[in-house]
Design a protein around this ligand. Structure first.
Ligand code: 6PG
Length: 468
């Protein structure tokens, strides 16, 4: 019987959709799931003779694959990945390729790579972004690990990946070992920042101007036609249109305001602190989700703690226009911080990350896809060693001419008592980064005063301590 070219292990919705995507591109796929009934039900639902076969044991799975075997795991990040690898390993032959397509922590991928390569197996840690729809119709794929394995996967992943309007596949080799999962982690950190900024603008317009869900839908649909064109802006417009079938109210109005998180954004902030990278807006995205989770305390606090009225006093059209420009500046600053972190990580972990390639494969398929990424790709194309996106002339101008709008939005939000942690963090990053003399001199003086931690001077080399 004709051997399958690709195996998919783990038939959650993402795994099923990826298997269908690859099969629909003409590559025979064999699927396996720990629970056989899940496999049976998936196979039973196949239509028009998709070239998907099933295996109910690892032995059968291996026997049905052409060599080198390409086996993609789509299982929950964490111990489950290790468990499946240890189950599969006895059946592998040197040169076989294991791919982890989950949101694994990059340090785990580093460990797994070392373990597997010791036995001459090849390992790819691939970030896969785009959710269930993306998995079926074309995700952004961020493969890292063995270059030889990438070469053996390139054709299939290129066929399966999302394509930009100019037909470019949103997949490319990202770098060695854990590089792919690292880049996916930062993708999610940027995702948190952007989602929080959108939420803050929603809050300001909903409470400040009493915009209804319908008015907000129209606004985000309009914004998605211009500089803010992006997946997250697009789905936000769709979300505001959705009515709750039970109450007839806008569904968003009946959703509990406690944001959950699986952890990838948190990992990004933790790693940024470890590496010493300023990721203000990403950190704000994580922290805002944490505070949103304190609903019961916030309900009590609202009664106990007074604040200003959130009603906006001013020209409605001015605020709406300012919000659009503020959001764009915020997005640029979120990407600036994310790319800055990846540049630092590339040196620290010797990933040799190419920022232009990363921007290129984020242009379609992934959750943070945005027209803006074309410009970021071009900026790094003009200068691969660009120290900071704000040093690119186009981005420098883009934020410079919108900083007034961002300040206007923040001034009003702060006056109205509407929390704008991510947007204000983005501006704080911008204002600190462009300031040569920060008040850290006082921090140094205080540290030396109470801890004799010494300080350096502007006018001469050395470390100094003062008996204050
Ligand atoms: C993607 C998404 C995906 C997942 C998020 C949500 O790129 O397709 O980011 O990875 O839906 O990680 O996770 P949170 O629970 O952390 O928001």
């Amino acid at each position: 019987m004709k051997k399958a070219k690709f195996a998919l292990v783990g038939l959650g919705v993402m795994g099923q959709n990826l298997a269908l995507n690859i099969a629909n591109k003409g590559y025979p796929v064999v699927v396996y799931n720990r629970t056989a009934s899940v496999t049976q039900e998936f196979i039973a639902r196949l239509t028009n003779g998709q070239s998907v076969t099933s295996a109910y044991s690892y032995a059968d799975l291996m026997a049905s694959l052409e060599k080198p075997r390409r086996i993609m795991l789509m299982v929950k990040a964490g111990p489950a990945v290790d468990a499946v690898i240890s189950e599969i390993k006895p059946y592998l032959e040197p040169g076989d390729i294991l791919i982890d397509g989950g949101n694994s922590f990059f340090a785990d991928t580093e460990r797994r790579t070392a373990e597997l390569e010791r036995d001459s197996f090849l390992f790819i840690g691939a970030g896969v972004s785009g959710g269930e729809e993306g998995a079926l119709h074309g995700p952004s794929i961020m493969p890292g690990g063995s270059l030889a394995a990438w070469k053996a996967l390139q054709e299939i992943f290129t066929a399966a990946a999302a394509k930009t309007q100019d037909g470019e596949p949103c997949v490319d080799y990202v770098g060695p070992r854990g590089a792919g999962h690292y880049v996916k982690m930062v993708h999610n950190g940027i995702e948190y920042a952007i989602m929080q900024m959108i939420a803050e603008v929603y809050d300001l317009l909903n409470r400040g101007l009493s915009l209804t869900a319908t008015e907000l839908a129209d606004l985000f649909v309009e914004w998605n036609q211009g500089e803010l064109a992006s997946y997250l802006i697009e789905i936000t417009g769709e979300i505001f249109k959705k009515l709750d079938p039970e109450t007839g109210k806008p569904l968003v109005d009946v959703i509990l305001d406690e944001a959950e998180q699986k952890g990838t954004g948190k990992w990004t902030s933790q790693n940024a602190f470890d590496l010493g990278a300023p990721t203000h807006a990403i950190n704000a995205g994580v922290a805002s989700r944490i505070l949103s989770g304190m609903k019961s305390q916030r309900t009590v606090a609202q009664k106990l703690i007074d604040g200003p009225s959130p009603t906006f006093i001013g020209d409605r059209e001015v605020l709406l226009a300012a919000c659009k420009h503020a959001l764009f500046a915020g997005l640029v600053l979120a990407f600036t911080q994310g790319f800055g972190l990846m540049q630092l990580a590339s040196q620290e972990y010797e990933y040799a990350l190419d920022m232009q390639v990363i921007a290129k494969i984020w242009r379609a398929g992934c959750i943070i896809r945005a027209d803006l990424l074309d410009d970021i790709m071009q900026a790094y194309g003009r200068d691969p060693g660009l120290l900071n996106l704000l040093f690119d002339e186009d981005f420098n101008k883009a934020v410079a001419k919108r900083q007034g709008a961002l300040r206007y939005v923040l001034i009003n939000a702060i006056r109205m008592g509407v929390p704008v942690y991510a947007l204000s963090s983005a501006l704080a990053y911008f204002d600190a980064y462009r300031t040569e003399r920060l008040p850290a001199n006082l921090t140094q003086a205080q540290r030396d005063y109470f801890g004799a931690h010494t300080y350096r001077r502007l006018d001469k080399e050395g470390s100094f301590h003062t008996q204050w």
